[in-house]
Design a protein around this ligand. Structure first.
Ligand code: MG
Length: 377
């Protein structure tokens, strides 16, 4: 099968900065396809199914988990990648890997682990995703991690402090030089926000935490509500919401494609290097849609992520993460042998990092079970 045409500004294998450990080329796959396959086969990827997106995994079988979120991000981004003649396999690989470093219990877990690690360099899930693919996955005989292509790693590392960037070598350079990632990485980042903005409306409504009246205060939603309601006046809520959401996704994705095309036409990048040295990112929503998209994000922050029912879960999640951290830091032998052996020869900061790696890798239910085992409650 012939490969899809790539625009000159797309990432391509021939101009890649390659893998950290040299490998023979794959016979039947492209190198970015190989990256995607390695991500799908990773242990961290399988665990995403039991990790919170917004709702804790056991709260209901119908809510998004971090796995289905990652799949939705990938499918949104692939459509845009094909429309813009970007590298679809690379885009998919970045999207599927973007949350591999996420802790159990979503942002509550990440924030608490970051607080626990304050004296030891902090914890950031995005940086942890890179750590998972570079170091923590132990599967291959010849190298640590998944040994992914540079462009995949570049896309996974969405943001990074200058201090951390200095320690990351090649993939940290752009944060010191204020350069951009390739377009596939830029796209994965926006597709992430498009996916959660929309699926969280769906989950929030289903959970009874958001009402139609509240949602209709949002321009993006209200516009599509009117369209759907005019055409199907008797539609029941469940189908009404989905018809609105699919139209909202279409509106934002169409805008992203059209606006990015305009940016590309104006900037005329002739290669991925031109993209990297451009003064700003090129994969962007128009100002008008960006404002509506951001307003919806603010609305979800205020009414869903900060809902009293969510906050009760947040408090419990933070308590679990903190008590696990204290227990393992106090006695590294509470961790499985593999982590205990890694921690033993290290100083306090090194040990704390191993504890953070162990906790970050946990699923929600494993963290709950471990907490019960250790504290007896
Ligand atoms: Mg995400």
């Amino acid at each position: 099968m012939a490969a899809a045409a790539l625009a000159p500004y797309a990432a391509c294998e021939q101009q890649s900065r390659g893998r950290r450990y040299l490998e023979a080329p794959a016979r039947f796959r492209g190198e970015y396809q190989r990256d995607r396959d390695r991500i799908v086969h990773s242990t961290a990827f399988r665990r995403l199914v039991y990790k919170t997106q917004v709702f804790v995994n056991h709260e209901g079988d119908l809510y998004r988990t971090r796995l289905t979120h990652s799949l939705e991000v990938a499918q949104i981004a692939r459509t845009v990648a094909v429309a813009l003649e970007l590298n679809e396999a690379l885009t998919e690989a970045i999207c599927l890997a973007h949350d591999l470093g996420h802790t159990p219990f979503g942002h509550a877990g990440q924030d608490e682990l970051n607080a626990c690690m304050r004296d030891f360099g902090g914890f950031e899930h995005n940086l942890q995703s890179l750590r998972v693919v570079d170091e923590l996955e132990a599967k291959y005989a010849d190298f640590p991690g998944l040994n992914l292509m540079f462009e995949t790693r570049e896309g996974i590392l969405k943001h990074c402090s200058v201090k951390n960037a200095r320690q990351l070598g090649d993939v940290g350079e752009r944060f010191l030089q204020r350069r951009q990632p390739g377009l596939e990485g830029q796209l994965a980042n926006i597709a992430d926000a498009i996916a959660y903005n929309n699926h969280d409306v769906d989950d929030g409504f289903r959970a009874g935490l958001l009402s139609l009246e509240q949602l209709c205060e949002q321009e993006l939603f209200a516009e599509q509500y009117e369209n759907v309601h005019a055409r199907y006046p008797t539609l029941e809520d469940r189908r009404l919401i989905y018809e609105i959401i699919r139209r909202m996704i279409d509106t934002v994705v169409t805008d992203l494609i059209e606006n990015t095309r305009r940016n590309l036409a104006a900037a005329q990048p002739g290669s991925i290097e031109d993209v990297r040295s451009a003064p700003g990112e090129l994969v962007m929503l128009s100002t008008e849609i960006y404002e509506r998209h951001t307003a919806l994000k603010r609305f979800l922050n205020q009414h869903l992520y900060s809902h009293e029912k969510k906050l009760a879960m947040t408090r419990q999640a933070k308590l679990i993460v903190r008590e696990l951290f204290l227990a393992y830091s106090g006695d590294i032998q509470c961790m499985p042998e593999e982590f205990c052996n890694r921690a033993r020869p290290l100083d306090a900061a090194g040990r704390a990092r191993v504890v953070a790696d162990y906790i970050a890798g946990m699923t929600d239910r494993y963290a709950i079970a471990e907490h019960e085992r250790i504290t007896g409650c």
